[in-house]
Design a protein around this ligand. Structure first.
Ligand code: ING
Length: 309
């Protein structure tokens, strides 16, 4: 039985600080309606889909930003989205900011099956940026201030007969993260991201180079682990701050098979044939045949580079 499925990426244009969860969920549902019309069976939304990218703002007391977090999922604001997906028998994944009953703050994403059940919860492992206000930066990027480093590790789940795994934004730049999923046989890696167009320490670096690095990371990760990847942006302008778009669907050979044209709310789709993952996994990236973990000790024992020459 071939495992073909139309997969969608629901790129979300900027979410302004003043926008309510309900307004954002309505935008997400409009894209889900369009996805259903196009036969999409699994839909990928961005990182922090429900709110503006608030880590660009500094607050002294972190509790002042707890209103950006969700204390339960689904909740009143997101239940209509879960209900619509169940009506369409559509699986989906989206990112949101999680505040646990124990008071921990995570940058989280969930995979939801076509019956509306959460079958995987992942918490962002690699937090970019800094924890304190840094005046020399043109923009703040305070994810290390507002989130704990994720504690789930890299997880996969068999959903809709496909081995799926989540990464979030900065994770896509770390090959170790992809390989952790690859070593579990992953066939679809979904990645939501919010990536500012400017380098806040190197003003001359424009969006072109940053979009290149985004595509390079996703295409390499997909190819080197023989998996599909769907990377979806929250993009456009949020209260005057620009984030690049560039949502893409990448096949197991590392080729882009669908990409967004604009930087607003936009659906991209592609038919994925998940049996195509098998060839790379049984030849070039036959891990059992070719890997040398006994030589890779630095990768798991050493955090920083050590230069001894
Ligand atoms: N954003 C960015 C990302 O990893 C970044 C931060 C941009 C890091 C460019 C390095 C270079 O795409 C988030 N939210 O992780």
């Amino acid at each position: 039985m071939p495992r073909k499925m139309i997969v969608g990426g629901a790129q979300i244009g900027g979410i302004q600080k003043a926008e309510t969860r309900e307004e954002v969920v309505a935008r997400m549902m409009k894209l889900m309606d369009e996805a259903h019309e196009k036969g999409v069976e699994f839909l990928v939304y961005p990182e922090m889909t429900l709110t503006t990218f608030f880590p660009r703002f500094y607050v002294e007391d972190r509790a002042d930003f707890d209103h950006w977090f969700e204390t339960e999922m689904p909740n009143a604001a997101t239940q209509p989205l879960f209900d619509l997906a169940k009506k369409y028998k559509m699986g989906f994944t989206f990112g949101y900011c999680e505040l646990t009953p124990g008071g921990q703050h995570f940058n989280t994403s969930v995979i939801v099956d076509p019956e509306g059940g959460i079958v995987l919860k992942y918490r962002k492992s690699h937090l970019p940026g800094h924890a304190e206000y840094e005046a020399e930066r043109t923009h703040q990027h305070l994810e290390k201030r507002y989130f704990l480093e994720g504690d789930t590790g890299f997880l996969v789940v068999r959903n809709q007969d496909v081995i799926m795994g989540n990464l979030i934004c900065n994770d896509r730049r770390w090959p170790e993260a992809w390989r952790e999923l690859g070593l579990q046989g992953v066939e679809l890696v979904t990645i939501g991201y919010n990536t500012p167009s400017q380098n806040n320490l190197k003003a001359e670096e424009g969006p072109e180079r940053r979009v290149y690095h985004h595509r390079l990371s996703v295409c390499a990760g997909a190819y080197q682990n023989s998996t599909y990847a769907v990377a979806v942006a929250k993009s456009g302008v949020e209260d005057g701050n620009h984030m690049f778009a560039g949502s893409i669907i990448v096949d197991p050979d590392g080729f882009v098979i669908a990409e967004a044209k604009g930087e607003g709310d936009e659906l991209i789709t592609a038919e994925c044939d998940f049996d195509k993952c098998a060839f790379g996994k049984s030849t070039v990236f036959n891990f059992a045949m070719h890997r040398r973990p006994e030589l890779y000790t630095r990768i798991v024992t050493q955090k920083a580079a050590k230069v001894e020459v």
